[in-house]
Write a protein that binds this ligand. Sequence first.
Ligand SMILES: Cc1cc2nc3c(=O)[nH]c(=O)nc-3n(C[C@H](O)[C@H](O)[C@H](O)COP(=O)(O)OP(=O)(O)OC[C@H]3O[C@@H](n4cnc5c(N)ncnc54)[C@H](O)[C@@H]3O)c2cc1C
Length: 497
Amino acid sequence: MGIRTGSEYLAGLRKHPRDVWLRGKRIDDVTTHPAFARPLAHTAALFDLQHDPRYADVLTFTAENGQRVSTSYLPCRTREDLLKRAAAYRLTAEQTLGMMGRSPDFLGSVIHGFAESAELLQPLGDRFAANLRAYAKKVRDEDLFLTHALITPQIDRSKLSGQQADEFLHLGVVRETADGLIVRGARMLATMGPIVDEVLVYSMAHQKAEDANYVFIFAMPIHAPGIRQICREPYDDGDRLVGNHPLGTNFEDSDTLIIFNDVLVPWERVFAYNNVEVINRFHGGNTGRNHSSHQAAVRGLVKLEFVVGLLMEVVKANGADKFLHVQQMVGECLHYIELMKSCLCRAVAEADVGFQGLLRPSMLAVNSARMLTARYYSRIVEIMQIVGAGGMQMMPSFEDFDSPIGADIAKYYQGAAGTDAARRVGLYKMAWDVCGDAFGSRQVQYERYHLGDPVRNLANLFLNYDKSQCQRLVAHAMEVAAHDILERQADPLALSA
Ligand SMILES: Cc1cc2nc3c(=O)[nH]c(=O)nc-3n(C[C@H](O)[C@H](O)[C@H](O)COP(=O)(O)OP(=O)(O)OC[C@H]3O[C@@H](n4cnc5c(N)ncnc54)[C@H](O)[C@@H]3O)c2cc1C
């Protein structure tokens, strides 16, 4: 089949009613619910974009079976292939200004990288690695849209999964049957869950052996019997005027808690199970991390470019661009953009050979870029709040323009440098979506957490980093500058562990 159109994607959602709950009501057909309407339209447009002759060469390639498929599944034999992937990520991200983080290319890159690294699962026997490869091919050839649920729900983080108040609060295996695994319990946080085709369930690395029953990799159709999703309250029910919330009304990702109520996972959908050591090794070393972090970094750069662009327009519209400290803060943001670009260059220049002789972007480079996105993004949001100041609070609603007070709006809401009221209000409303509205708060939270806990991610970087270059310089400094220290040290050439 190969790439789908937007209407084929939507028809697929209609064909498979799912058990989705929002504000106490079950929604079978998510395609008709107003809270999902605009994000769904943007998602469908991403499918259509693959068929646009102007972009087909970037967004798709011809697979070995002759089908045109998404670039998310492109095996990288050369640096040009990696650059093609990056160009596809960028084009996709630009459609939603980097605001919809879980576009189909994100999980596409994960599952493609998983399959490339399937040999890491070989210690579990041939069957699981073969299942994973076959599933990845199915996802590619049917152009399926996936969500993922890696995290156990926040109930009591001081306890392991098996120690929670109920044995199956956290998703675990109830029993094996001839047909597959029966699983029960909950996972978070399935972003885009209501509008995807499938859910991929796996874990972060560093799981504990005692939790073996809660550590596995499998995928299921999201509409499978027993799978229920509970949505967080939407920020927009589809009734807000777009002009009043230009970003929030268009680009809201939904998030759900996902419950598995004695779901049968057929064996062919199980990719790993019952061996924490092997699964940890897989999660620590598979190529899906490289490709999905690459996607996240490119999307993050697009988002920074957009938000910094908006910042520049905001300060132009209120004349604050003439002040030195404002110029300095915008300059600081431009540095962030340039640093991100540098990381992305290094990602390709220092690509390493992963599995099957295929290239993958440098993990250190893409990892740094995505970790920096979280810091830079929240800093840019803070700067937006500082330079927009009270102006963002005095903006009227767009309805006021066409009301009896329209003349006052046109007169008193104009800005500097010939900015008319409609443009000024539009820019400031957009800025408020970024730095004040609930939509904007979620965007900050998304960048902070979407690839795991930054505290543990940074600690792991420190623990696993090749420190030799830094240590060599310290040793040299000790030699040239600290004669007294060296004479008293038991081993003059000692390096720290
Ligand atoms: C907007 C958004 C979208 C997301 N989308 C997805 C998605 O699509 N799929 C998905 O699977 N996940 C998604 N996530 C979840 C994300 O992966 C988690 O939020 C992230 O891994 C952190 O886990 P947590 O939220 O459970 O925080 P916790 O792990 O509960 O952490 C809470 C606090 O406790 C500390 N802490 C907890 N445990 C430890 C420990 N053992 N050692 C040290 N410190 C600890 C943390 O540092 C943190 O400060 C999303 C998150 C957000 C915010």
